[in-house]
Structure formats: structure tokens, C-alpha cells
Design a protein around this ligand. Structure first.
Ligand SMILES: N[C@@H](CCC(=O)N[C@@H](CS)C(=O)NCC(=O)O)C(=O)O
Length: 210
């Protein structure tokens, strides 16, 4: 398998998933500006949508859309507990979260990164992201994960452990971006929560996640 990724982008989620699942894979960096891979290939020939992540399977088929790639990865190791079994209520709950993060959170950030976004739209986007993060924070209150059957993962070199699932890996990735908007209108209540997400990210540093 080969994961097409860009440093700092949402492709970090399947990257973490692949490592947690213990699957063998190669990495290929994509320049989203030129749409070229590091080895000089035209990325739009691999994923005509032009965005990361994309996962090329050993069969040559290419899977796109992070929530689908994450579930595919989990399904390759059904006993790992990374995603609940297909057809169960827990799996639908996981899909519910994946869809929430994709459509309500991840895409909410998009306008903030787009240089063409009018300045007066920024507060509108921030308010919406704030509402979504408040909801997420409430769901996470007192819980280290949102959904899914979780398993223990080792954290760095400190010998302690944390519970993790593919679901909160993706949420953690989006929330790393929160650092850039900490002057948002109602930020203070969420800082603690995002700090936790960041900490989870740092715990994975030993893999040099991108
Ligand atoms: N619907 C896609 C969206 C992926 C996406 O927005 N990727 C961003 C990076 S986080 C990207 O590659 N943007 C470049 C572009 O759209 O050209 C998914 O959930 O996988």
C-alpha cells in the first residue's frame, strides 16, 4: 500500500491509522500547489480530485476520502479494535463521527486557509467552527475518545498508555489546526480541549507523523 500525504494535512489521520494497525505501507509526499508527487509524478493522475489523502492498494486501486480510507485500514485488522465491526450500531456511530468531522469541522476550516476568502467571512467561519468544537468538547468531556472500540496504545517513551481510536485521530488532526485560530471569538473554553488533542499528537511524534 502507498499513502499519498502532505505534511500538516488531514492525510495525517490515515497515516496514524496505518501505523496503529501495524500495516506495511510506503509514503509518497504530494505538493498540493503543483500537484506533483515528490518523485515527480502528476498527482492528478493518481487522484483526479487533486487532494490528499489517497491510498493506493496493492491491487493498484486507489481509495480516496479520509473517512473511507480510515475504515478500510481498520477493516484490514478487524481484531485490532480500531473500528467496530461493520453492520453494528457502534460502527454507525463511528461513521456518524467521521461524517461530522469531515463535513462540519474539517471543511469548516477550509475557508480560513483560503487566501481568497473575504476578511469579513472569517468571523462567520470561526463562530461556526466554535459551535462545532463546543459540541465536540462536551461529547469528549471526561472521555479520552469519541467512538469505536478502543485499544491501548503506547505513548512515547514514558511507559504509560492512552486509549485511542481512528475516530479521535482524525479529530486530533483537525484540532492541531486550531492553534492558528486561538484568537477566535469564544476560544478560551476550548483551549484545554485542544491542548489535549495536541498532546495526543505529540505522543505520536516518535513516528514523525505528517
Ligand atoms: N473530502 C476529502 C477532503 C480532503 C482535503 O480537503 N484535503 C486537503 C488537505 S487537508 C487538500 O488536499 N487540499 C488541497 C486541494 O483541495 O486542492 C477527504 O475528506 O479526504
Amino acid at each position: 500500500m502507498k499513502l499519498y500525504f502532505t505534511p500538516g494535512a488531514c492525510s495525517m489521520a490515515p497515516h496514524i491509522g496505518l501505523r496503529e494497525a501495524g500495516l506495511k505501507f510506503d509514503l509518497e509526499q504530494v505538493d498540493l500547489g503543483t500537484k506533483k508527487t515528490k518523485s515527480g509524478d502528476d498527482y492528478t493522475k493518481i487522484n483526479p480530485k487533486g487532494y490528499v489523502p489517497a491510498l493506493q492498494l496493492d491491487s493498484g486501486e486507489v481509495l480516496t476520502e479520509a473517512p473511507v480510507i480510515l475504515q478500510y485500514i481498520g477493516d484490514q485488522k478487524p481484531d485490532s479494535g480500531l473500528v467496530p465491526k461493520a453492520g453494528t450500531m457502534e460502527r454507525y456511530r463511528t461513521q456518524e463521527w467521521l461524517n461530522f468531522v469531515t463535513s462540519e469541522l474539517h471543511k469548516g476550516f477550509g475557508a480560513l486557509f483560503n487566501p481568497k476568502t473575504p476578511e469579513d467571512y472569517r468571523p462567520v467561519a470561526l463562530e461556526r467552527i466554535g459551535m462545532r468544537l463546543d459540541f465536540l468538547a462536551k461529547q469528549l468531556d471526561g472521555k479520552p475518545y469519541l467512538a469505536g472500540v478502543c485499544r491501548k496504545i503506547r505513548c512515547g517513551n514514558h511507559g504509560h498508555s492512552a486509549r485511542g481510536s481512528l475516530r479521535n485521530r482524525r479529530e486530533g488532526c483537525c484540532c492541531t489546526w486550531c492553534v492558528d485560530i486561538q484568537d477566535g471569538p469564544t476560544w478560551s473554553g476550548r483551549r484545554h480541549y485542544c491542548g489535549q488533542a495536541e498532546t495526543r499528537g505529540r505522543q505520536s511524534d516518535r513516528h514523525r507523523f505528517h
